[in-house]
Ligand binder design. Structure first.
Ligand SMILES: Cc1ncc(COP(=O)(O)O)c(C=O)c1O
Length: 396
């Protein structure tokens, strides 16, 4: 018997052999425009030269060291991160994945507040480890894994009344995505975000902002919550911050960081020197190439073109969703077959919620790429016949 990977991921039936910038190539040299980017990881472009150079340099020096030891690369990563994190956050901890970062954010909230309950939102996605899963809404992911470590109450997203009445003094923290990613590309409203922050302040609950998918420039600001004028108590980021290298970060307000003690958490690989070099190179790219501005401008263009596609394919498409370069078309049916057909035509996309065709392209996407993307989607959707319509409101 040959060894196999446990088939948790639905096979794409595509063998990737190399990648650069906004493109990937298959084994016979065919090029694809990559709007999948490994669930949004390669937002800085595949093998971003600044990230690659930084990792290569570090490989010649030291490849492993835990945070118990000081290293130049840790100083470098901290110094660059301090320039882009919210100004009242003076403590960070590095981990390897978004789920691990969410997990630590929840542990910190649990420990510091002494409370055991969490609030999350319908259609939220925060990861698959047990703590992160406990605040992930989709029943499909949760089924068979209970009991969860903490009690979570899921309330409707963008519902001011619900959040005001649910956040009380029993709540350790509220987990909040400024733009819901997996759940269907829904941005939070200003009004909702303001009510959420006020409710947390009043109840003494922490506001944990999950920037794993929307953060690092993708929505047109470095952090997506900047659009909403809110101040997180704890912020988590992952995916694109390492330019393709696995790394995540938890940042906490100074007042919270000062209450955390030796031994309360740890990770063998978290903050690995290569991961820190990836963050350092990633931040150079983010700032040096004005990534948020470019994402905002390209996002506007892509959104305009996608709206034209929706107009002419109203029999199958309901509208455009998302923000910046976190965009999608809400279809009237599950997008799986459409995604397969787009792949055959050289465009890689993914799904969000039950019915959203999701695009998470690198910021490097050009006008020509945008034209190719929208024309290919139009070609596929205009010829599409669908049989069963799913309800409008996204339910994962
Ligand atoms: C908002 C959000 N939080 C957390 C996660 C979990 O990240 P990871 O898959 O790196 O564990 C994801 C992954 O898609 C995400 O979109």
């Amino acid at each position: 018997m040959s060894l196999k990977i446990i088939p948790f991921a639905k096979p794409r039936l595509l063998r990737l052999s190399r990648a650069y910038g906004q493109y990937v190539w298959d084994e016979v040299g065919r090029r694809y425009l990559d709007c999948h980017t490994g669930h949004g990881v390669a937002f800085l472009g595949h093998r971003n030269p600044k990230v690659v150079e930084s990792i290569k340099r570090q490989m010649e020096l030291i490849m492993t060291a835990t945070p118990a030891f000081q290293t130049d690369i840790a100083d470098e990563a901290l110094s660059k991160l301090s320039k882009i994190l919210p100004s009242d956050m003076d403590y960070v901890f590095f981990l390897n994945s978004g789920s691990e970062a969410v997990e630590l954010a929840m542990k910190i909230a649990r420990k510091v507040t002494g409370r055991k309950r969490f609030i999350a939102f319908r259609n939220s996605f925060h990861g698959r480890t047990m703590g992160a899963l406990s605040v992930t809404w989709n029943p499909k992911y949760r089924e068979g894994y209970d009991p969860f470590p903490w009690e979570t109450r899921f309330v409707p997203y963008n519902d001011v009344d619900a959040i005001t009445s649910e956040v009380d003094e029993s709540v350790a923290a509220v987990l909040f995505e400024p733009v819901q990613g997996e759940g269907g590309l829904t941005p939070a409203t200003q009004e909702f975000a303001k009510a959420l922050m006020e409710a947390c302040e009043k109840a003494g609950a922490f506001l944990i902002v999950d920037e794993v998918q929307a953060g690092f420039g993708r929505t047109g600001k470095i952090w997506a919550h900047e659009h909403l004028n809110i101040r997180p108590d704890i912020m988590v980021a992952g995916k694109s911050i390492g330019g393709g290298f696995p790394v995540s970060v938890v940042a906490v307000k100074t007042s919270i960081g000062e209450r955390l003690r030796e031994g309360e958490h740890g990770s063998t690989h978290g903050g690995n020197p290569l991961a820190l070099a990836a963050i350092s190179g990633g931040i150079d790219a983010l700032i040096g190439d004005s990534v948020p501005l470019k994402a905002s401008l390209s996002g506007e263009k892509l959104s305009t073109e996608l709206k034209k596609v929706v107009e002419c394919c109203a029999h199958v498409a309901r509208g455009v969703k998302g923000k910046g370069l976190m965009l999608g078309i809400e279809l009237r049916f599950p997008p799986d077959e459409v995604i397969r057909e787009l792949q055959m035509k050289g465009l890689l996309c993914l799904k969000a919620g039950t019915s959203v065709l999701r695009l998470l392209p690198p910021y490097l996407i050009t006008d020509e790429d945008i034209k190719f993307c929208s024309e290919t989607i139009k070609e596929v959707l205009s010829a599409w016949k669908h049989e069963r319509e799913v309800p409008k409101h996204d339910v994962c």
